[in-house]
Design a protein around this ligand. Structure first.
Ligand code: 5GP
Length: 113
């Protein structure tokens, strides 16, 4: 049996978060360790480990996550932001429940480390 991730506990309401959005398919909340003045995560309620585990029928869900994240950005009057999806340990993924980072509010360097 796979271990329950911290994000599954957030979805289940077992641990609190600063929630920005919730619907049938996803939840968005502020990152607990913000790397920019604005840093939130959009995650599916479906327990997908990473982008690597997605299947074709997840395509609409993936689009929904991006759309929800962009609507939140626009509700904050943002016109510049970065979206990041870490996939696998070597990319920096630490929570093995798919999530999209949205970062904004400062000049972001490129390329990332
Ligand atoms: P990853 O490194 O897997 O791409 O991103 C995981 C993110 O989840 C990190 O930015 C980390 O700060 C955030 N995070 C980890 N635990 C919690 C938590 O309990 N609550 C919230 N809001 N964010 C968390």
């Amino acid at each position: 049996m796979t271990e329950t991730t911290i994000f599954q506990k957030i979805i289940d309401g077992q641990i609190p978060c600063e929630k920005l959005h919730e619907d049938d398919l996803c939840i968005a909340f502020n990152d607990i360790s913000a790397q920019a003045p604005i840093h939130y995560l959009v995650i599916p309620k479906k327990p997908i480990v990473s982008l690597c585990e997605c299947v074709e029928k997840d395509a609409a869900l993936l689009g929904h996550l991006l759309f929800v994240g962009s609507q939140i950005a626009k509700s904050k009057n943002l016109t510049n932001w970065r979206t990041v999806i870490n996939t696998g340990e070597e990319s920096g993924q630490t929570v093995f429940h798919l999530h999209i980072h949205f970062l904004s509010g400062r000049k972001l360097q490129w390329p990332p480390g």
